[in-house]
Design a protein around this ligand. Sequence first.
Ligand code: FAD
Ligand code: UDP
Length: 380
Amino acid sequence: MFDWLVVGAGFAGSVLAERLASQRNERVLLIDRRPHIGGNAFDRYDAAGVLIHQYGPHIFHTNSKAIFEHLSQFTEWRLYEHRVLAEVDGMKVPIPINLTTINKLYGLSLTSTEMEGWLAARAEPVEEIRTARDVVVGTVGRELYEKFFCGYTRKQWGLDPSELDKAVTARVPTRTNTDDRYFSDAHQFMPAEGYTKMFNRMVNHPNIEVMLETDYRDVCDLIPHKRLIFTGPIDEYFGYRFGKLPYRSLSFEHVTLDKEWHQPVAVVNYPQTNAYTRVTEYKHMTGQRHPKTSLTYEYSCEEGDPYYPIPRPQNAELFKRYERLALSTQNVWFVGRLATYRYYNMDQVVGQALATFRRINEQLSGSKPIAAWERLELSA
Ligand code: FAD
Ligand code: UDP
């Protein structure tokens, strides 16, 4: 009899499995239907020996010291600040839009203050910022919106930005200085030996058993367990009884080139051209030195494995119905990007898993005391 069956060996499932095993000394069976641990953060060496991310580029960034320190138990880090270029009007320019972007795109030599005025003259007042279109048009105006956001968003989501929540494009700021980093968080790193190594260390515990290529549906009645953590799609858990929750899928084309470098930065976005959204060249991120280079072309699609919850009001409504059901389901905890239908980054999922662990500990009486740092409010 296992104390816990944990479904999904991504961040949500692996972080919780480790906590339950090491802090509560309970027996955990961690399963995943994929042939590996790590969820979407899984990385591996390809045939050429280049470390690639199987499911697209993953860069760790957080403002939470507690979350960063938690993961630091399982990995050393490599300092890495992510930079992205967008190919717009035939030029490769920094995204998020910054002073360099505008000066290069329009052949100008504005100062930061001048750029503020330049943007203010173009930004269109939006009464209530509600959608992913409003955010951008209200900040930089229609022309830059068309160039950088409209096409990319349509490719990525299969929807017009006016049909998506503002939070989607609000992830990408606008800057009037020359800071060209994609993220501005206090902690920005890559796991020194990769994500999979970090996950291996996390789940390598005598109280944790891992079973891969194992779907929950196939084993739930066969494996005796007292409690369940579910990190897969919540609508799937409940047999789609209220209808399917839409998730956006992706497909990845991994290629290796017989040259050392292909592009100037790790990621180039294509908002105006090509069927793919972005191209990733991993060696920029991992720091690996290799005479060849490996890239991933990323395409977005409707059918396939679920990758992104789609943030829009009708989906939030449907999720709420499943969430109400989840709250009344005894001995099951729903955690992670798919189970809580939230467009979360890795650090937010880790924060959510640690917060869930604290709640579990509080709920189950006779628990061992919680480590002091875990009582800190985790603010992912
Ligand atoms: P997942 O990683 O999806 O893990 C869930 C696991 O559950 C999966 O392995 C799945 O196989 C398994 N599963 C589901 N259902 C079942 C079932 N019925 N039975 C058995 N197993 C099941 N975040 C960042 O912070 N920085 C980034 O740069 C970044 N880049 C990203 C790029 C892409 C292309 C994508 C898609 C996401 C990116 N993210 C990034 C987000 C990041 O991937 C997630 O926040 C994180 O991996 C979510 O972890 P999770 O455990 O909730 O879900
Ligand atoms: N986005 C865009 N153009 C870009 C980059 C982002 O239109 O060059 C929009 C798009 O809708 C995207 C969202 O902003 O889905 C969030 O971008 P982010 O890079 O955070 O997406 P993720 O890495 O999660 O796919």
